[in-house]
Design a protein around this ligand. Structure first.
Ligand code: KG4
Ligand code: ZN
Length: 360
């Protein structure tokens, strides 16, 4: 049984999780509310909050999992992509802890983590897992990709956004309507009572399986500016319809390319992952398309859609099985340290001899 501590600190969530093989024992997330009033993540504030949160979050993850640091076989941490200052807090903490207890370190790619969250197991819960190879639409605040997952650690990106991510489109459209950050969940909630066909917006035309969302955001902004000039209460009076319509447009764009990817690859197991995969409209449409095209569809549990350390721990588990340890593995560092010590000692001895020769 392999026990791994996962640490995630790439953006504005400080999270720690413990898994035993693929079974999740704990997953603690401290979300930073401080950014809400700025309408987006402030990197400097995020790294300071990570510094404050990391020790209590890890401590709680150990307690909830009923383990101590000495039970760990490895520590997995998010190496990127993410905010540099935020990542550094997690990386430094992971390195320090791994060195102090003498276990290997595993560097995890955040995006790979989102996808592999689909393989987390939980005590007493029956779950279905995608069969390899499967297609995964990864939709988060920073990325939008269609991935062919050939093996747990063998991904081929077949389509990607050329500008904004889908989550960014949700957040920016919410912002121009005066909704709080992050806007994705707020639009999702308001859309439930709105008419998705009330307004229509031009969909981007991008080659192959790629996406573009920056034009949509701009056309939404111009549309609102025009309407508000005619009627200052336009947004307030049409909020639910606006949310439902922009959400439908984003989902149409996402699904169009996913359907093409499934047809092109002939793959029938289709999954979604990342923060936007919590969107109720997207999940519903994925299920509808699953019925229509004969796909087996997979959606991560809601609490694993947005940033969390459970996804880092499970990816760490798959990497551990292949001995894919970070180059900053504590044991390697110790080895390098001792080799370095020998070199320094030898240099000192040589200098002493040179001084002696010069003096004589
Ligand atoms: O994966 P994530 O937590 O962070 C990144 O790696 O980027 O994704 C955050 C994004 C935000 O843009 C947020 O608005 C969006 O996921 N999001 C949603 C929903 N929940 C979170 N978007 C639409 N509907 C939701 N229910
Ligand atoms: Zn993420």
């Amino acid at each position: 049984m392999i026990k791994i501590l996962g640490i995630e600190s790439s953006c504005d969530d400080t999270s720690a999780a413990v898994i035993c093989d693929r079974v999740l024992l704990s997953n603690v997330i401290a979300s930073q509310k401080v950014h809400e009033k700025y309408g987006g993540v402030i990197p400097e504030l995020a790294s300071r909050m990570h510094q404050q949160n990391i020790i209590p979050v890890v401590d709680t993850a150990f307690k909830e999992a009923n383990v101590t640091k000495n039970d760990l076989d490895a520590i997995a941490y998010t190496g990127g992509p993410g905010l540099m200052g935020s990542l550094l807090v997690g990386v430094s903490f992971a390195r320090g802890l791994a060195a102090s207890i003498g276990v290997p370190l595993i560097e995890v790619n955040h995006l790979q983590g989102h996808v592999l969250s689909l393989f987390l197991e939980e005590e007493g819960k029956e779950k279905a897992f995608p069969s390899l190879p499967f297609l995964c639409l990864l939709v988060s605040g920073g990325h939008t990709q269609i991935i062919v997952v050939k093996d747990y650690l063998d991904f081929e990106i077949t389509g990607s956004t050329i500008d904004d991510a889908a989550g960014e489109a949700f957040d920016k459209c919410a912002k121009v309507m005066g909704l709080p950050y992050p806007g994705g969940p707020v639009i999702d909630a308001l859309a439930k009572t709105g008419n998705p066909d009330a307004f229509s917006f031009a969909k981007p035309k991008v080659a192959d399986l790629n996406y573009s969302f920056s034009g949509l955001k701009t056309s939404f902004l111009y549309f609102l500016q025009k309407k508000v000039a005619e009627n200052p209460a336009f947004i307030e009076e049409n909020k639910a319809d606006l949310c439902a319509s922009i959400q439908k447009t984003i989902i149409d764009v996402l699904m169009d390319k996913l359907i093409k990817a499934a047809a092109k690859t002939g793959i029938n197991d289709v999954a979604i992952a990342g923060g936007v995969s919590a969107n109720s409209g997207l999940i519903e449409r994925l299920q509808q398309n699953g019925n229509k095209y004969g796909w087996n569809v997979f959606v991560p549990e809601r609490r694993f859609t947005t940033d969390n350390a459970a996804m880092i721990a499970i990816t760490g588990y798959f990497k551990y099985k292949k001995s894919l340890f970070s180059s900053f593995d504590a044991r390697q560092l110790a080895k390098i340290g001792s080799q370095f010590g020998i070199i320094i000692y030898l240099c000192g001895e040589i200098i002493k001899v040179i001084i002696k020769i010069n003096m004589s």
